[in-house]
Design a protein around this ligand. Sequence first.
Ligand code: ZN
Length: 300
Amino acid sequence: MRDRDGLRRFLFERYPIRGQLVRVDSAWRALIEHHDYPAPVRGALGEAVAATLLLADTVKFDGVLSLQLQGDGPMPLLLTQCTSGLGVRGLARCGDVGEAHRLDALVGDGNLTVTLESEDRSRRYQGVVPIDGARLADSLQRYFENSEQLPTRLWLFADARGASGMLLQKLPGSPSADRGEAGGEAGDLEDTWRRAQLLGDTLTHEEMRSLADREILRRLFHEDDLRLFDAAPVYFRCRCSRERVGNMLHALGEEETRGVLAERGEVEVRCDFCNRAYRFDAVDVAEIFRGTSVGGASVH
Ligand SMILES: [Zn+2]
């Protein structure tokens, strides 16, 4: 099946339930291209990429949604970020993961943090839950329950070729009775929500890999009227820039930066997310610390 980098929303016509399907194919391979992750780490990162896109699409905001796993295990850090325009990036740090493949074994004793930050950094929301269970979806389930979010379920899949997932969410409101059918009962909504989740549990990685969105939704929810929206593109987008790296060197300090310059003739910084190299020579370094130096001597 050809690559599909896209996110598609759908709605249950008669119930306040919405969902999304996401597939990340070429964008996912671009994201892991310069990294040699062990399979379980790659799997966790792919699931996090799919989850981050799904979560970013459910919230109305203009900024960046981050999902971070941190702990004392063989994979002490996993970080994914998605902009409101569905540009995603991510990385994991790991040592020898040995036989560990469950998420709680990889991260160890640690937390899952979801952060939502507006573009101008004026607004920030953060939710933290302990890592719990074999898969990322288990910890995210706990996050939804703890943070008083709308009732939400996620199914996530990833391998070397692609990452994908589905999200279902129960919205406030009651079943629509305007279609002239019986079924405007709240009990009906609860039954439908429960049934939709059970059907979601039957979704397989193979189906996500091989079937089109319409086929998947028909297979799962053929009893329900669904409205499908056009798919929105998702892509790999790193937010690094020469200016940001310059700011980072500034924060590191003049003495340290000039030390590297003296030793190597230039300062090279590689972005951990996209592997892009930024090089700074003596003139560039002087420019970064212009204003912090007085008469050629650094101020400490
Ligand atoms: Zn980058």
